[in-house]
Design a protein around this ligand. Structure first.
Ligand code: GLU
Length: 305
């Protein structure tokens, strides 16, 4: 057995807003195989920080499906809903450093703002230098001055972002009292000692924000690999909103084979009808990240019957 020279620690971090579908399987397979073939650990975190959109039933179903597909994770599952104190401590650190400000603006007041590439309103700066008289804080935002973030993505290549133009002063604590995904993910990845983030390219626009927060909090930046996202014939990402089909726990082999195929691994056709164990055995021997198509999105080659 070879001993890894540096520790590799990866993770899969599904949001329990619905059952796992083929798109989430692709992220799970890619992050798992990259971790295991590099002698690393693979952690599981349930991202239920956005409580109103999440459910325990969805989380239970995700765990069942991962087990049915033969995934084995290291250590205990981390639940974001139990980590609020850590997010509050990070926000407090940013307050002490003067990097965040309270914001009183309502969604309606921001409706006319310019839009960021992800469709969110770019903050026009209303509360940046203090709350307007008579207004109360609803949310907390991080101050983003002219900042260029550059990182080398193992699949997508060099990514550059002008954060002020692309994200603006983004929210860390929402008006409904919930911590934003961007803060939670940065705090959790650092607390778990994650060295490599392998996930879907739908999160590519979030990564510069997360790297920026790592810098603000004095946390290390992991390496990133963003896998192509699975889209349907209409070019929409598979999700609960686009009515993606849930994975069939009773027939994991076919979907697993299709995920490897989607990730450019060229699994042999005769393996298509093999058991999950056999497919994993093949995949662990043959997985290569450099075979993953350098695309941000792609359609699945064929639907399993
Ligand atoms: N929870 C996010 C999702 O399901 C993934 C976050 C991440 O991998 O950083 O889309």
């Amino acid at each position: 057995m070879s001993i890894p020279d540096t520790l590799y620690r990866g993770r899969f971090a599904p949001s329990p807003t619905g059952p796992l579908h083929f798109g989430s399987l692709v992220a799970a397979v890619g992050s798992f195989l990259e971790a295991r073939t590099r002698g690393g650990e693979w952690l599981l975190r349930i991202e239920d920080v956005d409580a109103p959109r999440c459910s325990q039933a969805a989380a239970d179903s995700i765990l069942r499906t991962l087990e049915a597909f033969g995934f084995a994770w290291d250590g205990a599952v981390v639940w974001q809903s139990r980590r609020v104190a850590a997010y509050a401590a990070a926000l407090e650190q940013l307050k002490q450093a003067g990097r965040v400000f309270p914001c009183a603006c309502s969604r309606k007041e921001l409706a006319d703002s310019m839009l960021a590439p992800d469709g969110a309103a770019l903050y026009p700066g209303t509360c940046r230098h203090g709350l307007p008289a008579g207004k109360v804080a609803r949310a907390w935002r991080v101050r983003v001055d002219a900042t260029r973030i550059t990182f080398d993505d193992a699949v997508q290549g060099c990514i550059e972002s002008d954060l002020a133009q692309e994200a603006g002063d983004f929210i860390l604590l929402r008006a409904d009292g919930l911590f934003a995904y961007q803060l939670a993910v940065v705090v959790d990845d650092a607390a778990a000692g994650i060295t490599q983030v392998v996930r879907g390219a739908d999160l590519l626009l979030s990564t510069p924000r997360q790297i920026f927060l790592q810098h603000c909090l004095g946390l290390p930046t992991p390496a990133y690999a963003h896998l192509p996202v699975v889209v349907n014939a209409a070019g929409e990402k598979l999700s609960k909103q686009t009515r993606a089909q849930r994975l069939d726990d009773a027939r994991p082999g076919q979907a697993l084979w299709a995920a490897l195929d989607f990730l450019g691994q060229q699994p042999p056709p005769e393996l298509r009808a093999a058991s999950c164990d056999e497919i994993w055995r093949w995949a662990r021997l043959h997985w290569r990240l450099d075979r993953v198509p350098r695309q941000r999105a792609a359609q699945r080659a064929e639907e399993t019957p």
